[in-house]
Every structure is written in structure tokens, then in C-alpha cells.
Design a binder for this molecule. Structure first.
Ligand SMILES: C[S@@+](CC[C@H](N)C(=O)[O-])C[C@H]1O[C@@H](n2cnc3c(N)ncnc32)[C@H](O)[C@@H]1O
Length: 215
């Protein structure tokens, strides 16, 4: 599905937004749904792992996992403003050498990206129209675990997203948020050989951890 993702997300995830998120992260640490995702990954007791963080934003997941679980990380993001903040924070933490940053729509460059032990998509599928293409590509890049957060399919979000998208269209902004069908995302990941080993619900976000069964 054509998307112009970098252009659209560069506009949607602006410098002002990126700066405000990095300030919040420095003050309070990762957001609640991100903390759930981090806890889930840490429960797998992996060490020296490689991490592929798709749509990592200001980079909270790799800033945190490089402290213990991960040896190296790749952060692919369609927003240049978020990548800039993520890169600066990595440098501040002394992790620059261990993170590779790529500005792209992951589905455009996935063929050039190596597999990783852990793949993460924290609040990413809801920003992307073709969740099937994105999730399939993500799954194909994971050797061991895939963790994601996405909005719950509940009435108050259905209404909220409709209103948000209405205002986006009024403002002639092409960016949209999506409430993708969770059962379809789950079925797709199972077809790719994963099983869901953790599921946690918050008011807005759901976090799911998938792993490949050891054969
Ligand atoms: C709502 S933000 C979430 C950022 C971060 N993961 C977090 O939870 O704070 C969505 C991010 O996904 C990125 N994104 C969306 N679709 C993408 C794609 N197909 N390829 C790469 N990045 C994508 C956007 O640029 C943005 O940085």
C-alpha cells in the first residue's frame, strides 16, 4: 500500500513533539506501556542480544535494554526529528557505538536489514495503514522474540480515533491513526511461527510478547 510514510510521519512527529517526549523520558523514565514491554522482554532472560526497534521514537527501548539485555541495537524510524533526539540521548549515555540509526519506512528497507534476536514495535502499528506488511516484515526479522504495543479495540478508542482523524482531515493533514484488528495481528504472527506468551492491558494500550517456540 503506498504510504509516503517518511514524509507523513516527519510532519506528524515534529521536532517540538520529539523534544517534549525526550524531556518527559529524562524526567520520568519510559512510559507505562513501554515499561510493560521492557519487563516482558527482560523476563526472557536474554543476554548480549541484538535488538531491532522499529519506530523507536526517542529511543527509550534501546536506551534501556542496552543497560542489560542487548549488546547492540538498530533503530529504524520514519521521523527524522525523533531520530535526532534518540541519537543525542544515545551519545549522552555513551551508547553511540552500539546503535545503528536508519531514517526510513521499515517496509521500504527491510530487505537490507539483518535479523535480530528481539524486534520491538511500541505504539507503531497504529500509525501505519498497512499493518500486515509491517508486521510480516517485522516478524521475518526476529530470531527469538517480538514485542509490540497497540491500541485496544474498545468503544471509547473507536470514537476517539474517529474524532482525531476527522480533525486531521479538516486540517488537511494526511496522517491518520488506526485501530487495527487485534485478532488479525495475532493470527499473522502465529502464521509466522510465533506464540503469544504475555498479554497485558492498560486503559488505552495493550502489550503483547511473542516468542518462537524452541524446537
Ligand atoms: C507514536 S510514535 C511511537 C514512538 C515510540 N516507539 C514510543 O512508543 O514512544 C510512532 C513512531 O513510529 C514511527 N513509524 C511509524 N511507521 C513506521 C514505519 N513503517 N517504519 C518506521 N517507522 C515508523 C514514527 O516515525 C514514530 O516515530
Amino acid at each position: 500500500m503506498p504510504c509516503n510514510c517518511c514524509e507523513i510521519t516527519d510532519h506528524a512527529f515534529s521536532e517540538a513533539e520529539a523534544k517534549s517526549e525526550i524531556r518527559a523520558y529524562r524526567r520520568k523514565g519510559p512510559a507505562k506501556q513501554t515499561r510493560l514491554l521492557l519487563e516482558a522482554i527482560r523476563s526472557l532472560n536474554l543476554e548480549d542480544a541484538s535488538l531491532l526497534d522499529i519506530g523507536g521514537g526517542i529511543g527509550a527501548i534501546h536506551h534501556e535494554l542496552l543497560n542489560d539485555v542487548a549488546a547492540q541495537a538498530m533503530h529504524v524510524d520514519a521521523s527524522s526529528a525523533y531520530l535526532k533526539e534518540a541519537r543525542q540521548e544515545s551519545a549522552r549515555r555513551g551508547y553511540s557505538e552500539r546503535v545503528n540509526f536508519i531514517h526510513a519506512d521499515f517496509t521500504d528497507i527491510e530487505k537490507d536489514v539483518a535479523q535480530a534476536d528481539i524486534v520491538t514495535l511500541d505504539r507503531v502499528v497504529c500509525c501505519y495503514p498497512d499493518f500486515r506488511g509491517l508486521l510480516k516484515a517485522a516478524a521475518e526479522h526476529s530470531r527469538t522474540a517480538l514485542a509490540l504495543t497497540y491500541p485496544r479495540e474498545v468503544w471509547y478508542l473507536r470514537i476517539g480515533f474517529k474524532i482525531a482523524n476527522f480533525f486531521q482531515s479538516l486540517g488537511k493533514d494526511p496522517f491518520r491513526i488506526f485501530l487495527h484488528p487485534i485478532s488479525e495481528m495475532d493470527a499473522l504472527l502465529r502464521r509466522e511461527g510465533f506464540e503469544r506468551v504475555k498479554l497485558h492491558r492498560l486503559f488505552v494500550w495493550e502489550m503483547a510478547l511473542y516468542t518462537k517456540p524452541v524446537t
